[in-house]
Design a binder for this molecule. Structure first.
Ligand code: ADP
Length: 252
């Protein structure tokens, strides 16, 4: 346990996969402290180890070595993937209640919180419909409500917008940002989209190509921080974008 404002401390994290022939090092010496309430994005080349990092934090995969310390007992983690993974045979409301059901905390209070979230995000009239009748953006919003329903302390978002078209993803990023800030959540988001990372985040961590190591950490400061969409037209936005682009050293 730590006594500061860091909700999560990662120290010298390493991950190696053993394939049939040799060992693949996915993460090397990754250390980072996550301050409560911050929105942190992790960007890096494709295949560098971003998803691996998130799934280790979500306790879905084991680390090879290093320390992961959550500064809270019984920490609740909300994990959301790029595919909304809604169940087609469940209504929107039942999909949203699924996490509560699994955790055995489907209380009146939690159900009413879900209804409140559905209402706030314009989905009340769809709550008895099935996922197939919703657009991609709406489904992703439902997936976020399902994730928020369990009152997570930390949200782990793995490319949450990448399955959407360009216009929907910008609009949904704005929505998601508002939801998350209103709920006061800490976020770790993996993305390959520099614009998304800069416009949404307090901090952007740039990773090297595999094995993922921290290359640079940017504290994103806008003179007048607005919504992610509006941040995109600020002068600071282009400066960060260019620096991160250079760090990533993309070759076609
Ligand atoms: P990213 O999310 O940055 O695109 P990933 O974290 O998915 O990258 O993968 C990082 C590396 O680890 C890749 O080279 C991938 O092939 C390898 N990897 C991921 N999962 C496994 C696994 N279960 N077994 C073996 N190698 C894996």
């Amino acid at each position: 346990m730590t006594s500061n404002n860091n909700i999560l401390e990662i120290t010298h994290l390493e991950k190696n996969y053993q394939d049939t022939i040799d060992e693949i090092k996915a993460i090397e010496d990754f250390s980072f402290k996550v301050e409560k309430g911050k929105f942190i994005s992790i960007v890096g080349p494709s295949g560098c180890g971003k998803s691996t990092l998130l799934s280790i934090l979500a306790k879905l995969e084991d680390k090879s070595s290093g320390e992961i310390t959550f500064n809270k007992d019984n920490i609740v983690l909300g994990y959301m993937l790029q595919k909304d993974s809604l169940f087609p045979w469940l209504t929107i409301l039942d999909n949203c209640l699924l996490g509560l059901e699994i955790k055995g905390i489907k209380t009146e209070e939690n159900i009413s919180y879900v209804n409140h979230l559905l209402d706030s995000y314009g989905l009340t009239e769809f709550k008895d419909k099935y996922p197939s009748s919703l657009s991609g953006g709406m489904r992703q919003r439902v997936a976020l409500i399902r994730t928020l329903a369990i009152h997570p302390d930390i949200l782990l978002l793995d490319e949450p917008f990448s399955a959407l078209d360009a216009m929907t993803r910008v609009a949904l990023a704005d929505d998601l940002y508002k939801m998350i800030k209103k709920e006061g959540k800490t976020v770790l988001m993996v993305t390959h989209d520099i614009a998304e990372a800069v416009s949404l985040s307090d901090i952007v961590i740039v990773l090297t190509k595999r094995p993922a190591k921290i290359k640079t950490i940017y504290e994103i400061e806008f003179e007048d921080r607005k919504t992610p969409f509006e941040n995109r037209s600020k002068k600071e936005f282009n400066i960060y974008y260019e620096k991160i682009w250079r760090d990533l050293d993309v070759h076609i």
